[in-house]
Design a protein around this ligand. Structure first.
Ligand code: NAD
Length: 441
């Protein structure tokens, strides 16, 4: 199959590389000239483990190429995937669909033959119908196929998620669905042959599946974060509570780790867009709305925790933040909890230093006034607090004695529950706090 992938970001690049590894011929398109020039030189614009080797192999074998010329990529393609961004629209929580619609129009204008247009971007109910309308209105002479194919990969584990998905969802339009169904079946055949489930449905249901899945996960994380706050009050340990409830097969152990609140490029914007869809259709999603609100409170609670651990005031204190990306194994800083927590610490009078294996490049733009260092022990020298915000492997097995010894006042805010009070006390920390557990000091 010949595939054009419009948008070469976290989703488009991984999808394009993986499709080429399935044996398809893929052309990845992006408007960003620097990105494409870099990719042609073998430079990957994002940090995603394993992507460089897979990309190099498929380029070398002649199945994968990069261009800024959308028309060139669309020419002769059996399917054109739209994988552009759908950020939150400024001012309200709606998804900004302008990139998706612009891409659909560009595809229609540049196509020399009818093709199947597949939306991989996360888009609210009704968007694929609008894409179909744009295609048919711009080029009425072509019998367009339209499919919705939301993506569920997780940054940091994206290749594995794409190659071994829990499911592939394909939404089809009643008009022209035979052609689209055939093309989608052929594209995903390598997964189908290995028995990964493919859910065929209508366009609206496919769009709903993506938002409902993300909202459910955001609710689950937020639930345990709220339970964690109560655990602290009543003397319970959220780690034991998570384990105890997660072993129930109906609940499941994943997404039950208490922490500083969800962030990233998907959950915040997708919960907002989902809540807006509910309001637009006069069917409010009150659980989702509450989740958004509680998640903001969770982040604010982290700032209060750090201040309390510092004796109530952060004025004149130096706080070393370990990890600023929204989770480990990505350089993505979009809506990371650090973007709320670090400025709040600075506003409370603290000087902030930060260490992050991949987040520094973005962090330098997004977090002004932060001093960046590469080594956690160096960053802890003379500090009054270490706050662990992202559980990178590098921060999971720190020599706590060495860390405490380097600090002016050894206090540890372990916002990912990596260590424990006993370990912190034994290492010489004066004060320790975690999320949903009993600290000291
Ligand atoms: P991104 O911002 O990393 O990438 C989008 C890319 O599209 C950018 O490089 C941009 O230059 C390019 N682009 C925009 N308009 C274009 C056009 N007309 N022609 C060519 N290129 C164009 O975004 P992302 O994180 O890859 O997300 C893409 C979509 O996938 C979003 O809807 C997102 O919600 C969804 N999604 C993301 C993830 C994730 O983990 N990042 C997971 C699942 C779904």
């Amino acid at each position: 199959m010949k595939i054009a992938m419009i948008g070469t970001g976290y989703v488009g690049l991984v999808s394009g590389v993986c499709f080429s590894d399935f044996g398809h011929e893929v052309v990845c398109v992006d408007k960003h000239e620097g990105k494409i020039a870099g990719l042609r030189d073998g430079r990957i614009p994002i940090y995603e483990p394993g992507l460089d080797a897979l990309l190099a192999r498929n380029v070398a074998e002649g199945r994968l190429s990069f261009t800024t010329d959308l028309a060139e990529a669309v020419h002769g393609a059996d399917a054109v995937f739209i994988a552009v961004g759908t950020p939150s629209r400024r001012g309200d929580g709606h998804a900004d669909l302008s990139y998706v619609y612009a891409a659909a129009e560009e595809i229609a204008r540049s196509a020399t033959a009818p093709t199947v247009v597949v939306t991989k971007s996360t888009v609210p109910v009704g968007t694929n119908r609008e894409v179909a309308r744009i295609l048919r209105e711009t080029r009425p002479e072509f019998a367009w196929g339209v499919a919705s194919n939301p993506e569920f990969l997780r940054e940091g584990a994206a290749i594995d998620d794409f190659m071994k998905p829990d499911r592939v969802v394909v939404g089809l339009d009643a008009d022209g669905s035979d052609q689209a169904r055939q093309v989608m079946g052929d594209i995903y055949k390598p997964l189908f042959l290995r028995d990964f489930p493919i859910v065929y449905t209508d366009l609206e249901s496919a769009e709903m599946i993506k938002y409902a899945a993300n909202a459910f996960l955001a609710i689950k994380i937020t639930f345990i974060n709220e339970v964690a706050a109560l655990c602290e009050k009543v003397g319970a340990d959220v780690k034991a509570v998570s384990k105890g409830i997660g072993l129930d097969g109906r609940i499941g152990a994943k997404f039950l780790h208490a922490g500083p609140g969800y962030g990233g490029s998907c959950f915040p914007k997708d919960t907002n867009a989902f809540a807006q869809t509910g309001q637009d259709f006069g069917q409010r999603l009150r659980l989702v709305e509450s989740t958004i609100e509680v998640n903001e409170a969770v982040k604010a609670r982290m700032v209060d925790k750090i201040a309390a651990l510092s004796g109530g005031s952060l004025k004149g204190k130096t706080v070393t933040v370990l990890g600023v990306t929204f989770k480990p194994n990505t350089d993505d800083m979009r809506d990371a909890p650090a973007l709320a927590i670090v400025p709040a610490l600075q506003a409370a009078g603290a000087t902030v230093r930060a260490v992050d294996p991949q987040g520094r490049r973005e962090g330098e733009h997004l977090l002004p006034g932060v001093e960046w260092l590469d080594d956690p022990y160096v960053a802890a020298e003379g500090a009054h607090m270490v706050a662990l915000l992202t559980e990178w492997n590098q921060f999971r097995a720190l020599d706590l004695k060495r860390l405490a010894a380097a600090m002016a006042e050894p206090r540890l805010a372990d916002l990912r529950n990596v260590y424990g009070p006993d370990e912190a006390r034994a290492a010489g920390f004066l004060a320790y706090d975690a999320v949903g557990r009993q600290g000291f000091g």
